[in-house]
Write a protein that binds this ligand. Structure first.
Ligand code: ZN
Length: 486
């Protein structure tokens, strides 16, 4: 992994879409804004030390002030951060900083030094208050989530600031943009504003040292006719700014949902929809609130509307699937869950597919999806492991239960059962075979244990009557013929 340029390109290509999906998806209601951000980014990238990377820039539909880069120049900036910036020079400072992380292969170094923390701590359900699904990702798409959240070290930050300002200067930007921004970041980090701490500051920690370094660089590298681009920037974000209130209301609605105040959530989100009727996210939140109130039909209609307004975002299919499932429309629910998995594989969709297939007696598919969900940490992973064990322990008991022999030189052969499953075993049917040096079975004993063996515990030692002393070359084997759960 990460050994070469071509590996970087592969990781960038594989992880860019899922990383976007897990963090709100592309903000697509103002194509001109996306184009503007991309134009600024591309100009800086072309002036960088590695201009030939397959750079891409996207604006994400996410209120958290954040920006990130994946290997090979796949860069994202959240709408929440765009609203905090004041000029094109400040935008250029953010983007050129990310360009350096990508171009200098900082992700590769973090991978090599094992600095990528595993995501997947919380087993959150749906109705996620922060519109962020990173913790629910399963499989290979997990890497993108780790790359976009892991903290860069001090050296990487200073290097990205330094070269970022170099590219800004080449493009004719006012370097004060980078200086101002770092100053603001340091003061915000002192105020412990949580959205910043969760966002940009988690991966790019601000420091006074960075401010000083930027001031020094700007002083020794004067830019002729430097461009700040305040007006150009204000014009570019004018549409987004005119909808800012709607997104603030939606964030409050999500908070109300988390507090289980569904009526408040509904009234807030309906105000938001009045301001920006095209926003799929608002319909999705409305559907969540209606579902929580038990209005299943209206919840489905709202979730349906979300997929119509934005057919490219996995979370809207996930929510619609839940609405279908609540109405007992299993086959539609299955289709939607599967489609959501194609856009972003999540533990929650896998667990619910396992349930639906299990209900429809399709054990093979149920096992497949439970096994995927069981990779996850937290509650969802635990639930899936339990469901998986319930099916598998009957079919393949040896996967969970190990029979071990101990030969007392003077007494009988003893057998103990290790229960590696999350289930309490009530009784077991066993078959102990004595096998001679030529591999021939010379004795068989069928026997049973009728005592509880608790989950994750080992049973006491039971005497197997089949043999008392093994002769040279002989061996015994105990297999489990059937399992009764407690
Ligand atoms: Zn950084």
């Amino acid at each position: 992994m990460f050994s070469s340029f071509s590996e970087d390109v592969k990781i960038g290509q594989q992880q860019y879409q899922p990383a976007q999906q897990s963090q709100g998806g592309a903000y697509n209601l103002d194509p001109k804004l996306s184009e503007y951000v991309s134009t600024v980014g591309m100009r800086l990238a072309a002036l960088s030390d590695v201009p030939k990377l397959p750079y891409e820039f996207v604006v994400l539909n996410n209120s958290v002030p954040n920006a990130w880069a994946l290997p090979s120049g796949k860069i994202a900036i959240n709408r929440g951060l765009l609203l905090k910036l004041e000029s094109e020079a400040q935008l250029a400072a953010v983007l050129s900083h990310e360009i350096v992380h990508a171009a200098a292969r900082h992700g590769a170094q973090r991978q090599r030094d094992n600095l990528l923390v595993q995501v997947g701590m919380a087993g959150l359900g749906l109705g996620l208050a922060n519109n962020d699904y990173r913790d629910l990702i399963i499989g290979g798409a997990n890497l993108g989530a780790r790359l976009t959240t892991a903290k860069y070290g001090r050296d990487h930050e200073l290097e990205s600031d330094h070269y970022g300002m170099k590219y800004m200067a080449k493009a004719g930007y006012n370097l004060q943009g980078a200086v101002e921004l770092q100053k603001v970041f340091v003061s915000l980090s002192k105020q412990q504003k949580s959205s910043w701490l969760d966002g940009l500051f988690a991966s790019h920690p601000p420091s006074q040292e960075r401010v000083e370094a930027n001031i020094k660089y700007a002083a020794s590298n004067p830019v002729k006719d430097a461009f700040s681009g305040k007006e150009a920037y204000q014009q570019a974000i004018a549409y987004l700014k005119s909808k800012q209130e709607a997104y603030d209301l939606a964030d409050q609605a999500n908070a109300a949902l988390a507090q289980k105040d569904y009526d408040l959530a509904l009234s807030l989100i309906s105000k938001a929809s009045n301001i920006e009727p095209k926003e799929a996210l608002f319909s999705a939140i409305k559907g969540d609130a209606l579902a929580a109130k038990g209005n299943k039909d209206s919840a489905l209609a709202a979730h349906m509307r979300a997929t119509e307004l934005n057919p490219n975002q996995f979370s809207y299919y996930l929510k619609r699937a839940q609405s279908y499932a609540a109405l007992g429309q299993s086959s539609y629910a299955i289709d939607d869950y599967r489609y959501s998995m194609r856009l972003l594989p999540t533990s929650i969709a896998a667990l619910q597919l396992g349930e639906l297939y299990s209900e429809s007696q399709n054990q093979e598919q149920a096992l497949k999806y439970y096994a995927q969900a069981a990779q996850a940490q937290g509650d969802i992973g635990q639930q899936a492991k339990l469901k998986l064990a319930l099916i598998e322990i009957k079919q393949t008991p040896e996967k969970y239960l190990k029979a071990k022999h101990v030969q007392d030189p003077k007494g009988p052969l003893l057998v103990t059962i290790e229960n590696h499953s999350p289930l309490n075993i009530g009784a077991l049917q066993l078959r102990t075979q004595l096998i001679d040096a030529n591999g021939k079975v010379i004795k068989i004993e069928e026997w049973s244990i009728n005592e509880t063996i608790p989950a994750q515990k080992r049973s006491p030692y039971y005497p197997a009557k089949v043999v008392y002393h093994l002769k040279t070359g002989e061996k015994v084997k105990t297999s489990i013929s059937s399992v009764t759960l407690e």
